[in-house]
Design a protein around this ligand. Structure first.
Ligand SMILES: [Zn+2]
Length: 482
């Protein structure tokens, strides 16, 4: 069944594939027989034909991959792939088996000693993209990373098997996805460092910087945060013991996110919906410092250095405005209007606790004023109310008033409409919701490290940078265009 028993272990000098005629003949025979059975069976559909072709063709694909990969391995020069030095004590035929897209393939590689690095090297592994990995081919590495960043591991394992025929047990899949996640984190760190190192470093990843437009542009940054449920590994199995001691294990943690885009990249669809053609998102479980660093690098990629103006839009959380002042000094700030209105609604419900109609009637003119950039009049109206109120209701009105007062320089919604800017941070909020769909799947308990790694994979995917992680992916692949 395997082809390598009769393949030569010396390098091939022509590019013919010895396995082809034999494998193809066997494939043709099996496939013809199978298809004829399916065609004659009245209870079988085109689905059965698809399945038949898929199953029978896998054996050919596997054999072809094995032979092509072997030829590539044989062509690897006997030099150290790390330092370039000549390898000594060279021996051939070191077999290793990989899980590939079409089944298991076994490759025989040469091994040599690098005197400079003082270690054994397998030059073929580097050429094939199999260095520093487990037993998965690059295609299967990608499969594991993609499936586990979208689905819980158990489901991902079954979905992969059904869609591709690749059997990856849960433990293997989980391990491989984590490995890819850590690799993604390393890559992100290297990319972010390049941005902070300035002009020299940018050349290394030229595709990461959009060409700067000739016209002055506004760079929009939206920020938000959400909670993730995690389990501290040290607390595993001790939930009850901790609870009895009055120490519930920490379940919920903050995830910080930001997205940036040029205002010119925001367009209206035929249906009147806003669509952002190109934007960069960051999402991290690594705390405020990690967000600050990642967001700044992302903003640089989108032209922070050339932007005529930076606009930051977010809900009223204090950390956001602190970060804005700290990292984006001089940026214009805007409070998401729906968050401002929530505070007005709290006042409305305090004034008319039993009467939804009256509350709505009260808020209507104030909402119109707020959206017309007349926040001062809204604050004045609340001030007049305060003079007539005592007790709990007064406290609610006071809180609403203070909230608007604290944000009064962030409420120019009329100006935003006139300039064609987004009023609120809806783009970021919807992105956060999409991450939550995956990370809030019930029964999921991860660690901080696991979360950050998986989130990093998801972010590479969203930012259309998947091909930076998996070089065999076409560089123009962009999931947002699907
Ligand atoms: Zn070396």
């Amino acid at each position: 069944m395997s082809t390598h028993c009769c393949a030569k272990s010396v390098p091939h000098h022509d590019s013919s594939f010895e396995a082809f005629p034999r494998v193809v003949a066997a494939w043709q025979e099996r496939l013809t027989a199978g298809l004829n059975r399916s065609i004659q069976a009245s209870d079988q559909t085109m689905g059965h034909l698809e399945e038949e072709i898929l199953q029978e063709t896998r054996a050919v694909e596997r054999a072809v991959l094995e032979e092509a990969a072997q030829q590539k391995a044989d062509a690897a020069p006997p030099v150290c792939p790390v330092c370039g030095g000549k390898l000594s004590r060279l021996t051939q035929g070191h077999e290793r088996t990989y899980q590939a897209r079409f089944g298991e393939v076994t490759i025989r590689r040469a091994r040599g000693w690098c005197r400079r690095c003082k270690c054994w090297r397998f030059p073929a592994d580097h050429l094939l993209g199999l260095a520093e990995t487990g037993s998965c081919s690059p295609g299967v590495q990608e499969m594991a990373a993609l499936a586990v960043s979208k689905l819980p591991v158990g489901e991902a394992s079954a979905v992969i098997e059904r869609l591709t025929g690749v059997k990856l047990p849960r433990a293997t899949l989980d391990r491989e996805a984590r490995r890819q996640g850590r690799r993604a984190e390393g890559q992100r760190q290297a990319m972010d460092q390049q941005m902070t190192q300035g002009a020299g470093g940018e050349q290394l990843v030229p595709s990461l910087r959009l060409p700067a437009p000739v016209e002055p542009f506004i760079l929009v940054i939206e920020l938000d945060a959400w909670n993730i449920r995690e389990r501290n590994p040290e607390d595993w199995g001790q939930t009850e013991a901790l609870r009895q001691k009055g120490q519930a294990p920490e379940w919920w943690h903050w995830v910080y996110g930001g997205t940036c885009f040029r205002l010119s990249q925001r367009v209206q669809t035929a249906g009147g919906r806003s669509l952002i053609l190109s934007r960069g998102t960051v999402m991290t479980r690594g705390g405020m410092d990690a967000l600050r660093q990642q967001l700044w690098a992302e903003a640089m990629r989108h032209g922070l250095g050339q932007a005529a103006e930076v606009l930051i839009i977010a809900d009223g959380a204090v950390w956001i405005w602190n970060l804005a002042v700290d990292r984006f000094a001089g940026a214009r700030q805007r409070l998401d209007p729906w968050h401002a209105l929530q505070h007005l609604w709290a006042v409305a419900h305090a004034l008319y606790p039993e009467d939804g109609g009256a509350a709505a009637a009260w808020i209507k003119p104030l909402k119109e004023k707020l959206l017309a950039s007349q926040a001062v009049e809204v604050i004045n109206a609340l001030d007049s109310l305060l003079k007539q109120l005592r007790g709990a209701r007064r406290a609610v009105v006071q809180a609403g008033r203070n909230y608007l007062e604290n944000n009064r320089d962030r409420l120019d919604y009329q100006g935003a409409k006139e300039r064609g800017e987004p009023l609120g941070s809806g783009a970021m909020e919807s992105t956060c919701k999409q991450y939550q769909v995956r990370f809030h799947r019930s029964g999921q308990f991860w660690t901080r490290e696991g979360d950050e790694a998986l989130m990093c994979l998801e972010t590479f995917w969203r930012n259309a940078r998947w091909s930076l992680l998996f070089p065999h992916v076409p560089p123009d692949f962009d999931p947002s265009k699907n």
